[in-house]
Design a protein around this ligand. Sequence first.
Ligand code: TNX
Length: 511
Amino acid sequence: MKRTTLILIFLLPAFLLIAQKDLTKANLIPKPLKITPTEDVFKLTNKTVIYLKSDLPEIKKLGKYLSELLKPATGFPFKVKKTTNLDTGNAIYLVIRDKAELGAEGYHLKISKDKLIICANKPAGIFRAIQTLRQLLPAEIESKKIEKAKWEIPGGMIEDKPEYEYRGAMLDVSRHFFSVEDVKRYIDLIAAYKMNILHLHLSDDQGWRIEIKSWPNLTKIGGSTQVGGGKGGFYTQKQYKDIVQYAQERYITVIPEIDMPGHTNAALASYPELNPDNKAKKLYTGTKVGFSTLMTDKEITYQFIDDVIREIAAITPGKYIHIGGDESHSTEKDDYIVFINRVQKIVKKYNKTMIGWADIAAADIEKDVIAQFWQQIPDNAIKAVNKGVRIIMSPATRIYMDMQYDSLCPLGLHWAGYVEVDKAYDWNPATYVQGISKENIIGLEAPLWTETILDMDDIEYMVFPRLSGYAELGWSNLDNQSWEEYRARLKTFAKRFKIMEINYYKSPKVW
Ligand code: TNX
């Protein structure tokens, strides 16, 4: 062996050790705004204490959340205590401080030899920082049983805040129904990547999934089946509130969607009076779209919508209500316009901001409405922008998580093409559509339609690893965006996904 090779072999372990201690080399998704490394290393031990430097009850909850996150794998007790200073060592500090520039979700994470200080303007920032902390620790931290690992974090400072205020994932619980437990896991998974919106597609032709007390047949009849003819299901208002609260504790806003005037067969099957011939439609368990419509010229329709929006608004603390509005192919264009114009007033009456799929741009939408771009052709979205409306970017060709990865993918559809992991990541929401610029965009959302998705395993397979990339497109500054650089980071997440028991797609583009 040559002498230089020998020297290299001896130096390699030392080099790796140094590399591990460099905070800038940490594999974080989404990538933080700014990282400044030091030579320090912070170590979790049996005696590490979590200190709360804030009187907010939310911070107490977050202390407990962090303690419970770190306990199982380390086996350390992580006591949570209040403090008024930052003096004690071997400690993690959660600090709320007036720092307007950090906004609602930004944070600072300062890692020194014996202290890890998380500082934010708002509790949501602390929560987001905790997700960074998870990723700074070895993947074993995600384990539910005690693991042997070096619980060390390289020293330095992370200054971070999101690029977009709206970073969402959608779950279609109508085509196939998913339990409260499944939805909570979905929430946990998106929360780990700093997403802050969960859009629930609660009604469609195949199923009505939310209890409406004044129209009980919606769930009794309309919720009784799903694609393929299974038994379907629905959330009681109590269960929905439980989901909303679970999301809230993770600083995620739930946006309920009631799709109308199309995609309404489940409602039309539940109440004869919603139909022009006064006859209830048959329940539908296929996957075609565009065949159903509410009557746009009958008062009963608006009474129905008023009741539904009123009840849903009352159990939804978030400011948004999504009214669908897509693919209303059985509604005459003029009728559609009249309809959306009226629905927009109803949503406003209950003090909510209306979101609709960009198809709603055909109507006289007001400036405070939000339009969600999804189609291959951006005309509707551009029309919305020209009306002064802001956009959620959800281009199907890049961000529909029900699109197959490739032609061999066992699940999903491909009407918008195949979306491999590189295609999913390698675009910029601010420049994707000519005529829609950053100021027009409130953020992005990755929808998962579930015509072909039957259970949590299927959900995870379609969502991971694409979702991590979408989270980065929403959170991170994309000035130096590079698929190759991202890919190298994502590659290391295989271990984490495995320990978290995520049924992810092992993309040949990454692994
Ligand atoms: C289009 S996207 C739809 C949904 C389907 C989806 C399948 C949108 C607003 N409408 O009804 O589930 O395609 O990918």
